[in-house]
Design a protein around this ligand. Structure first.
Ligand SMILES: C[S@@+](CC[C@H](N)C(=O)[O-])C[C@H]1O[C@@H](n2cnc3c(N)ncnc32)[C@H](O)[C@@H]1O
Length: 228
């Protein structure tokens, strides 16, 4: 049977009893002080932020604490309902809508920040990553921040995957058993990421996670850039 990402992710979130904690690396990006990262921490209040593919809403809890006005997208009505309910149960209001990487249901130049935390490389059935880049820039204001987390090519996500086309992998052995059959965009390195986003984005800074997390190669690129 062919892969149905909506059904797989519905099943994944349906079986989760509790909301996960926010990503520690987003805490670092937004609250930490680092040589190459210069986010103006005073300016978060009331800025519009979109968490694309927000999942159970875990990172929106952090963004709420930082003072952002919250928006998000997810693949299906079921996941949107669940993440909204998770947030409401904590007294947090967020406008979460059904949307995909190639279609974000928001006006042009609406956001100050767009987050794509382990999401922008999910292709569905397409091989047009440029559409994802264009859509992220469309909804951002000029000078708005784009913050990404993307697996390195050595990440566990790609183990036993198949080269289906240059720059794209068919996932075949997902440890978490959600992505088997999904097409993911894969990047060679930071330069390759910068090349893909640079038609619309500049001021790139990169971080890197290279952990052996109890047997999982947790290898990730962290990217902060700004819409030109
Ligand atoms: C690895 S999870 C990350 C979720 C969330 N950002 C987090 O950090 O917890 C990937 C998410 O991307 C969503 N997703 C899958 N395919 C997508 C697509 N084509 N466009 C947008 N989101 C997608 C899934 O529903 C899932 O919630």
């Amino acid at each position: 049977m062919s892969y149905n990402s909506n059904a797989e992710w519905n099943r994944e979130y349906d079986q989760r009893q509790q909301m996960a904690f926010p990503s520690e690396y987003l805490v670092r990006i937004f609250k930490g002080t680092y040589p190459h990262l210069d986010l103006d921490k005073i300016s978060y209040k009331s800025k519009k932020l979109c968490d694309v593919g927000c999942g159970d809403g875990r990172n929106l809890v952090l963004f709420n604490q930082l003072g952002f006005e919250l928006y998000g997208t997810e693949l299906t009505h079921e996941i949107v309902t669940k993440s909204t309910a998770n947030l409401n149960s904590k007294g947090i209001a967020a406008d979460v809508r059904v949307g995909k990487n190639d279609h974000l249901p928001f006006d042009d130049a609406f956001f100050d920040y767009a987050i794509s935390w382990n999401v922008c490389y999910y292709m569905g059935n397409s091989f047009e990553f440029e559409k994802h880049v264009r859509e992220l820039q469309r909804v951002l204001k000029k000078g708005g921040y784009l913050i990404l987390s993307i697996p390195k090519k050595t990440s566990f996500i790609y183990s036993d995957s198949e080269d289906i086309k240059s720059g794209y992998k068919l996932i075949k052995n997902d440890f978490f058993k959600v992505r088997n059959g999904e097409i993911l965009k894969i990047f060679e390195d930071e330069k390759d990421i910068e090349k893909a986003f640079s038609p619309y984005f500049g001021d790139f800074v990169f971080g890197s996670i290279h952990d052996n997390c109890f047997g999982l190669n947790y290898h990730w690129h962290l990217v902060v850039c700004k819409k030109r």
